[in-house]
Design a protein around this ligand. Structure first.
Ligand SMILES: Cc1cc2nc3c(=O)[nH]c(=O)nc-3n(C[C@H](O)[C@H](O)[C@H](O)COP(=O)(O)O)c2cc1C
Length: 168
C-alpha cells in the first residue's frame, strides 16, 4: 500500500538565523520531496485560495490573525478520502506555535481512524510547539508516531536524518 504525504509550505521571504531571504521553494516542501523520493509516497500540497503575502512581516500578521480567529481558510483543492493509505506523513512549518490554519481546513475533513501518522515540522527554533497536541485532535483515531523536527536553515542537509526517521 502506498503512503501519502500531506503538507503545507510557503515560498517567498523568510527568516534564516535572523536574516531575511527570498526562497523559491519552502523548507517543508524540501523535506516532503525527500520523503517522496525515499518512500515513493503520493504527495499532496495544501494550498489556500488566497496566497499568503510574500512579505514576511505581512505574512506573520495575517497568520497571527487567522490563528486568533480560529479561521479555516479556504483551500484550492481538498483531499476527501484517505481510505487507500495506511501511513500518512503530515508536514508543515511551525506558525505561531502550531500548524498553519489551512492544514486545519484540510485535516478536519479526513477520517484518520486506524491510520499511522508521522508528522514533520520545519521551524526557526520552536520545534513542534503545541502542534503535537493539535495533531492529536486533528487525527483522532490514528496512531501518531514520533515526529521529526528540522530547523528551516538545515533542510538541505537533512536527507539522511529524514531517511533514518522514516525507517524508525
Ligand atoms: C507566519 C509565520 C509564523 C512563524 N512562526 C514561527 C514560530 O512560532 N516558531 C518558529 O520556530 N518558527 C516560526 N516561523 C518560521 C517557520 O516555521 C520556518 O521558517 C519554516 O521552516 C518555514 O517553512 P516553509 O518554508 O515550508 O513555509 C514562522 C514563519 C511564518 C511565515
Amino acid at each position: 500500500m502506498k503512503d501519502l504525504i500531506i503538507y503545507f509550505s510557503r515560498s517567498g521571504e523568510n527568516y534564516f538565523g535572523g536574516e531575511l531571504k527570498n526562497i523559491e521553494k519552502g523548507n517543508t516542501e524540501v523535506i516532503a520531496e525527500y520523503i517522496q523520493e525515499i518512500t515513493g509516497a503520493d504527495l499532496f500540497k495544501v494550498e489556500p485560495i488566497v496566497d499568503y503575502p510574500e512579505d514576511y512581516m505581512k505574512c506573520i500578521d495575517v497568520a497571527k490573525k487567522e490563528q486568533q480567529d480560529d479561521a479555516r481558510p479556504e483551500i484550492k483543492e481538498a483531499l476527501g478520502d484517505i481510505a487507500s493509505y495506511d501511513t500518512i506523513y503530515i508536514g508543515f512549518p511551525n506558525w505561531w506555535g502550531t500548524l498553519p490554519m489551512p492544514m486545519f481546513t484540510q485535516l478536519e475533513q479526513l477520517d484518520f481512524t486506524d491510520k499511522t501518522v508521522k508528522a514533520f515540522v520545519t521551524h526557526e527554533g520552536s520545534g513542534f510547539g503545541f502542534a503535537q497536541k493539535d495533531l492529536k485532535k486533528l487525527c483522532a483515531g490514528a496512531e501518531i508516531k514520533k515526529g521529526l523536527s528540522i530547523p528551516g536553515a538545515n533542510v538541505y542537509d537533512s536527507k539522511d536524518t529524514v531517511e533514518t526517521w522514516i525507517n524508525e
